[in-house]
Ligand binder design. Structure first.
Ligand SMILES: [Zn+2]
Length: 449
């Protein structure tokens, strides 16, 4: 069969780009996860064998330690900005992002995240605002401007002082001609020309449940990713750019919860596997990029001795936030909770005193925290950027990570460079990337956006 010149041109122009962002996923987060998987006989982190691997710097225009807004802007536009800004440069001038370029050339576009669809990282791929918490304006841009064809995330975050609810924005999106679905059971896809907003069925929750806490029927990042592929592939003959964020790796690391970090990192890999399945069917046209906006927690793979024991994290059955909720339930159920009751709950959910021994000295420290936070009610709660947790729960999970020999330098972001893994069509071009702004610049060039 003779293939016409027109067909060859079309094939050459066809591009499928999967752009993954593990929020807070530094190199050590990836290798903590790989160490765990290897110790437990689980499948390897699927991008460790990608042909391109390099490290990129992440500093913003205002700080050597970036936030997700400035880093997202760098990764989507190739321009540096101040921490907190989205899609504009340090002077407030609008920057063009790769979604706008792809959309203008007739490619489909999608953003998928496990956190709010208007949270900083996904918003960096469509919004232009001075401050990341201007959710009202970010949401307006998502709904009213036609750049993003498929947007999915836990909910719509509401700006402080805004009297509207996520449900009101759902109505606005529908009024603007978008197909909106809340929850897996509602989802019914859409035809070309119909833009999609896919949210979870719990609009009151800022995030979908952590993978480690997920129950039957809960939404997952992979649910959103597979819906995005099923929508974009048949509707955009020319191809698409799909941004996918594992948004809660960052939250686990802010909480210094190593076990949760492993499960969230593995959970994003489920979506990477969907991209790899797609790649297997379209190897010449598919490009898969995996990177992070910054590292969170200053995760250290050592505690002085020459050993690591990631397998000790296997006894952990829930996130810090879930353990906090369970302890709060216990508090509510009776006037006074004894140490032995609390210890039994913590042991069941973390493996401490069971698969992981606790010395008498460490237990003494825990009983002191119990005494302060349960009997004296002093400093019961430990706060970080995304959650307020029971102090005893936070301390026990940091202890568990420490027994596995993984420790944290901070409960915030660090300035360490982040990894970049690339596979697929023209992947080798990305080997030159040294800074986060290089990634969209190379992408623009190879995808001819
Ligand atoms: Zn963060």
């Amino acid at each position: 069969m003779k293939i016409s010149k027109k067909t060859i041109n079309l094939l050459e122009r066809r591009r499928y780009v999967f752009y993954f962002l593990g929020d807070g996923m530094g190199l050590n987060q990836v290798h903590l996860t790989q160490g765990y998987n290897s110790a437990l006989g689980l499948p390897s982190v699927p991008y460790l064998d990608f042909p391109v691997f390099t490290m990129i710097t992440t500093h913003s225009a205002s700080s050597l330690v970036t936030d997700s807004a400035a880093a997202g802007t760098a990764l989507s536009t190739g321009g540096k900005t101040r921490n907190g800004s989205l899609g504009v440069d340090a002077d407030g001038n609008r920057l063009v992002n790769i979604m706008e370029l792809a959309h203008a050339k007739g490619y489909g576009t999608g953003v998928v995240t496990s956190v709010g669809v208007n949270h900083a990282s996904p918003a960096a791929f469509y919004a232009h605002v001075g401050r990341r918490h201007e959710y009202t304006e970010i949401t307006r841009q998502l709904i009213e401007e036609p750049v993003i064809d498929f947007a999915a995330g836990a909910t719509i975050l509401i700006q402080r002082g805004d009297t509207l609810k996520p449900e009101d924005y759902v109505q606005r999106a529908r009024g603007n001609g978008m197909r909106v679905y809340c929850g897996k059971s509602e989802y019914a896809g859409a035809a070309k020309g119909e833009r999609v907003l896919y949210l979870s069925d719990r609009l009151d929750k800022k995030y979908i449940p952590y993978a480690i806490d997920r129950k039957e029927g809960d939404m997952s990042l992979a649910d959103f990713t597979s819906a995005a592929i099923d929508y974009l592939y048949p509707n955009y003959r020319k191809g698409f750019v799909l941004f996918i964020e594992g948004g809660q790796i960052d939250h686990a690391c802010h909480s210094r919860d190593a076990g949760n970090c492993v499960h969230e990192t593995n959970d994003m890999s489920e979506s990477v596997r969907l991209a790899l399945d797609f790649y297997a069917r379209h190897p010449n046209e598919t490009l898969i990029i995996i990177t992070a906006d910054h590292e969170t927690g200053g995760l250290v793979m050592s505690k002085g001795s020459y050993e690591l024991h990631p397998e000790l994290l296997a006894g952990q059955k829930c996130s810090l936030e879930s353990l906090t909720a369970q302890i709060a339930e216990l508090r509510k159920s009776k006037p006074e909770v004894s140490w032995s009751e609390l210890k039994a709950l913590i042991s069941r959910q973390t493996g401490l005193w069971d698969s992981v021994p606790v010395s008498a000295q460490d237990e003494k420290r825990f009983t002191q925290i119990y005494k302060e936070s349960f009997l004296d009610m002093d400093g019961a709660v430990e706060k970080n950027l995304y959650s307020a947790n029971e102090r005893i729960a936070a301390e026990c999970l940091i202890f568990l990570g420490g027994e596995a020999r993984y420790t944290w330098a901070t409960s915030s972001h660090s300035g360490t460079p982040t990894p970049l893994y690339v596979k697929g069509a023209k992947a080798m071009e990305f080997i030159s990337c040294r800074d986060n702004t290089d990634v969209p610049k190379v992408l623009k060039k190879v995808a001819k956006f």
